[in-house]
Design a protein around this ligand. Structure first.
Ligand code: URA
Length: 209
């Protein structure tokens, strides 16, 4: 799938390896979410356009580069995506942040929107949707549906760990979305958890188990 990038960087593999361990503390896990999100963001922003800008160094006038084109916006899917967004803001401090909240209807098992707050100029921005775990793909597809309904067209999706089932579903529903994955795992279990995975990312970030 040409819209999917699976990260093979040793730092990402190493850090995700620590996150998987059940003995990893909440604080360490949280720090690692932020670090791995930054590393994936580094790759996801590789194709941002640059423009020349005239500047003065302490010695001479010169031409430097600055990021041009659309302004950026990070959209975490609540709640686990929040800490990925915090990490990415270390790299892109001027990005705006929107939020999408979804819950699962217990009968249909389909995601239902309960919250969506975006910057007023979101449709003019390049959007980075973040959620640590791409499991069934239901939430990611629904979140991106919501954004597209609000006129947003340039969308990337970043996750730490994905199941093949989720990647296929997201890619089929939104082939125009660039997907960046820290690690592609084996499969989902019958409860929708990724195997081998790392458990419930939200619970591990916030210590709510
Ligand atoms: N969400 C999680 O936090 N973990 C999984 O394994 C699947 C979905």
């Amino acid at each position: 799938m040409s819209n999917v990038t699976i990260m093979d960087h040793p730092l990402i593999q190493h850090k995700i390896g620590i996150m998987r361990r059940k003995t990893t503390s909440t604080k360490e896990f949280r720090d690692l979410v932020s670090e791995v999100a930054m590393l994936i963001c580094y790759e996801a922003t590789r194709k941002l356009p640059l423009a020349d800008i005239e500047i003065e160094t302490p010695l001479v006038k010169t031409v430097a580069k600055e990021i041009a084109g659309k302004k950026l916006c990070i959209v975490p899917i609540l709640r686990a995506g929040l800490h990925m967004a915090d990490g990415i803001l270390n790299l892109i401090p001027n990005a705006k942040v929107g939020h999408v909240g979804l819950y699962r209807n217990e009968e249909t098992l389909e995601p239902v929107e309960y919250f969506c707050k975006l910057p007023s100029d979101a449709s003019e921005r390049e959007i980075f949707v973040v959620d640590p775990m791409l499991a069934t793909g239901g939430s990611a597809v629904a979140a991106i549906d919501i954004l597209k309904k609000r006129g947003i067209s340039k969308i990337h999706f970043l996750c730490l760990i994905a199941a093949p089932e989720g990647v296929e579903r997201l890619s089929a529903a939104h082939p125009d979305v660039e997907i960046y994955i820290g690690n592609l795992d084996e499969r989902l279990n019958d409860k929708g958890y990724i195997l081998p995975g790392l458990g419930d990312a939200g619970d591990r970030i916030y210590g709510t188990k």
